[in-house]
Write a protein that binds this ligand. Structure first.
Ligand code: NAD
Ligand code: MG
Length: 395
């Protein structure tokens, strides 16, 4: 008999959340949903409650929670509706939960993800911002509380799959020379540089290969996403920045590679569909079906590779800089990026102002060491404030 996983899905109404539920629905004997959480989309949450009958549903927003609670009662469901960040932390650390999918977008995901790690859960980590903001602190918490971390980000999941089975965190001992982190290059890989000033949020969100939430779609267009992923890979695999090579691969079929000292390069391939890494992590160490269409090599026909152009993608350079500076700087980079992306999506600034804002904020916030989650949250606030000031000056 297979063990039943008792799951909390943080950010269940988002792109990763819905893909997770899609995989879960294919294996009703294997997964039992205990809690679902969302920001304010009550309609989608109600539909999920009807289908998956979780014990808890958390809405960040109190008014959304009130609305949902009414609907839940009207539909005769037993789900208990909660609200607020503390409730997100509560459902991430319930004793009856063994696995937590961390799929809230941005810095908002950090507290519940920490709560899951602190209570020794199997953490399925999609929220890369947690590792960017608090890499060392988070990895220490994972170790201290014997939590297990499985990467959901497709590149890191591919690297995990391409590493030896019992990888113990030491790349050199495993015979690894480099990590080759693939990137699609996003929608503006070939656009004339002069046209970037004018691109619209709609164009920036139209990713050629992946269907994702808005924030990560803009991050892919600036390649900040790859920058955040370099930092994520650094912490997950204890890889020195010089041993992480970003490779532009426009087809998004190879999801990343590991190069060994004997010249072997191992890769994980598949159609660009997040249900593959999600199913890998949910089923681990077994393989379970995901609903993803099998890869047709004859249709793919060609795989191409290019070196990233840092003039076109200054955000990638800024992320390498933040990692080299260390301390609070990756958290500053992340916070400034979140405000920049949000402002671009609201039409308050241009696409090309995104790296300008981040660079200015990185220069204006003092570099410091951080030792606790509170330090991280404080840095996040300070950097957001600096970003808002920059925006006010721009206006
Ligand atoms: P999304 O915008 O589609 O969904 C985000 C989810 O988080 C929603 O359920 C939303 O209700 C919830 N949320 C938003 N703000 C919140 C807040 N302040 N408090 C609590 N909940 C909040 O995002 P997504 O594309 O699913 O991405 C989720 C995470 O996964 C991100 O960290 C992203 O970088 C990562 N990721 C996504 C993909 C992808 O294909 N979408 C791939 C790799 C990694
Ligand atoms: Mg990725």
């Amino acid at each position: 008999m297979k063990a039943v996983h008792h799951l909390t899905i943080l950010g269940s109404t988002g792109s990763i959340g819905e893909s997770t539920l899609d995989v879960v629905a294919r294996h009703p004997d294997r997964f039992h949903v205990i809690a679902l959480t969302a920001n304010n989309n009550t309609e989608r949450m109600l539909a999920q409650c009807q289908r998956y009958q979780p014990r808890y549903a958390v809405m960040l927003n109190a008014r959304s929670a009130e609305r949902l609670a009414k609907e839940v009662r009207a539909n005769g469901l037993d789900t208990e509706v909660l609200s607020g960040v503390e409730s997100l932390e509560k459902v991430a650390s319930l004793p009856e939960v063994d696995s937590v999918m961390a799929a809230i977008v941005g810095a908002a995901g950090i507290r519940p993800t920490f709560a899951a790690a602190r209570t020794g859960k199997l953490v399925l980590l999609a929220n890369k911002e947690t590792l960017v903001m608090a890499g060392r602190i988070f990895m220490d918490v994972v170790k201290k509380h014997q939590a297990t971390l499985l990467p959901i980000d497709s590149e890191h999941n591919a690297i995990y799959q391409s590493l030896p089975h019992h990888f113990n965190g030491n790349l050199a001992a495993a015979g690894v020379r480099r990590i080759l982190l693939t990137a699609s290059g996003g929608p503006f890989r070939c656009a004339p540089l002069a046209s970037l000033e004018q691109v619209t949020p709609e164009q920036a969100c139209a990713h050629p290969n992946w269907n994702m939430g808005q924030k990560i779609s803009v991050d892919s267009a600036t390649m900040m996403n790859k920058g955040l992923e370099v930092i994520e890979a650094h912490w997950l695999f204890d890889a020195a920045p010089k041993d992480i090579q970003v490779v532009i691969h426009p087809q998004s079929v190879i999801h990343s590679m590991v190069e060994y000292v004997d010249g072997s390069v191992l890769a994980q391939l598949g159609n660009p569909d997040m249900r593959t890494p999600i199913a890998h992590a949910l089923g681990y160490p077994e393989r379970i079906s995901s609903g993803v269409t099998p890869l047709d090599m004859f249709k793919v026909a060609q795989l191409n590779f290019e070196e990233p152009d840092l003039k076109r993608f200054p955000c990638l350079q800024l992320a390498y800089q933040a990692l080299a500076i260390g301390g609070n700087m990756p958290a500053v980079l992340n916070a400034a990026n979140e405000i920049a992306v949000e402002s671009f999506l609201k039409g308050l600034m241009s696409f090309t102002a995104i790296p300008s804002m981040i660079e200015q904020v990185m220069q204006s916030v003092k570099c410091e060491e951080m030792t606790t989650l509170d330090d991280v949250l404080r840095t996040d606030n300070v950097a957001r404030e600096a970003a808002r000031e920059w925006l006010a000056c721009l206006a």
